[in-house]
Design a protein. Structure first.
Length: 402
């Protein structure tokens, strides 16, 4: 313990000596550097004072040319002026004028002279204008006229014309007549729709007549529509610039009447009397489908309506086997050898005085749309295309894995 104290004292003295020597060395070096230029003491920095804001002037900046992006393109034409949509103007009411006259109207079949019934539109011709409408023909009343006739009352005296919705669609309307006070009696002779016989002549692809076959005639429904504006009407126009309303609409289908299969034989002219179809009225046209079949021949389908130009038809029965054999799968099998083959059907055409030309106009359809490994296939042909060229089914693309 006593020997350690002298050692610590000696070490402390050595440290003090080293510090004093270093201080002397740095002082001497600084003095020599000032004399020989090794170290230069930087001059004191002058602190600038902020100028008076009133003395500031805007710096002069040289003009810079704009880049392509900054140059606005010059329009080729002045911008289009978009007009604000105007509110639609509604037409003003167009009430009918009332009078002191009465009309008793009766309807008759022009062919049989039997009384008939129909819904009747009574139009007043050259009716005067009013605050909202110009002068012109005006629908005065619409009533159901029974086979015993009907009164139209509170009519102004003048010229009238009627449209009967029960008439044949293509019939001309009865001529105009005059209503006088106090009463007028008038009758109309109407051209009514008739039933027409449907006849068919069937041939083989070689032109041989077919004497026995089965038929089914079905009424599918009717194409209904509201009565349209007669073509002879002088239109009344709204005086406030409004659009006049559309008179009559259509496009509905209704009803269905199924028929059964009937085995028939052709008459001496080679025709099959299949049944009868009704013509259309001004507000409804019945629609039909006719099916025919015989033995192993491809079936026949024909869609038509009661206003068809002709009900005398021609069709051709063909053997579907050669058609099936003309379509091959990728492995060489024909459609007849596949689980699901081709569906082959024939249509029908209106008959003319040239049976051969009629047969050549008949269109056949072959289609294959099944949920299997092959793409859908559909094509048409005529007897003049037989024998058919070979067609190939295409495989469906493999589904992409998710």
């Amino acid at each position: 313990m006593d020997d350690a104290k002298p050692q610590r004292s000696a070490r402390a003295a050595a440290v003090v000596f080293v510090c004093l020597a270093a201080g002397v060395w740095f002082a001497m070096r600084a003095e020599r550097g000032g004399q020989h230029g090794d170290a230069v003491t930087p001059p004191a920095r002058e602190v600038a004072t902020a100028p008076d804001p009133g003395e500031l002037a805007a710096p002069e900046v040289a003009p810079r040319a704009p880049t392509d992006r900054e140059v606005a393109p010059v329009p080729d034409a002045p911008p289009e002026v978009v007009e604000e949509p105007q509110d639609e103007v509604a037409p003003l009411p167009d009430p009918v004028e009332r009078g002191e006259c009465a009309l008793f109207l009766q309807l008759f079949d022009a062919e049989t002279r039997e009384p008939v019934r129909s819904n009747v539109q009574l139009w007043r011709l050259d009716a005067p204008g009013n605050e909202g409408w110009t002068r012109g023909d005006q629908l005065q009343a619409t009533l159901d006229v029974g086979d015993g006739g009907r009164w139209f009352r509170e009519l102004p005296a003048g010229r009238y014309r009627a449209r009967c919705e029960g008439e044949h669609r293509a019939a001309e309307d009865p001529p105009e007549f005059v209503v006088e006070c106090p009463t007028t009696s008038h009758h109309l002779d109407l051209s009514l729709p008739r039933e027409r016989d449907v006849t068919v002549r069937l041939f083989t692809a070689d032109g041989d007549p077919v004497r026995r076959a089965e038929f089914r005639l079905e009424r599918r429904g009717a194409h209904t529509r509201s009565a349209d504006r007669p073509s002879w009407v002088t239109r009344r126009e709204p005086t406030n610039g409004a659009l006049s309303s559309v008179f009559g609409m259509g496009g509905g289908w209704s009803g269905r009447m199924r028929g059964g299969w009937r085995a028939l034989e052709a008459d001496a002219t080679g025709r099959f009397l299949v049944g009868a179809c009704a013509e259309g009225t001004r507000t409804s046209t019945p629609t039909y489908v006719l099916e025919m079949r015989a033995g192993d021949f491809a079936p026949v389908y024909h869609d038509f309506d009661g206003d068809a130009e002709t009900m005398d038809l021609v069709s051709v029965l063909i053997d579907p086997a050669p058609v099936q054999a003309s379509v091959l799968a990728p492995d060489g099998r024909t459609c007849a050898e596949l689980a699901d083959g081709l569906r082959v059907t024939a249509g029908a055409v209106g008959a003319t005085d040239d049976p051969r030309a009629d047969r050549e106009r008949v269109v056949f359809e072959a289609s294959r749309r099944w949920k299997d490994d092959y793409q859908d296939l559909e094509f048409e042909f005529r007897v003049t295309d037989l024998p058919l060229p070979t067609r190939h089914l295409e495989s469906k693309a493999a589904p992409t894995p998710r």
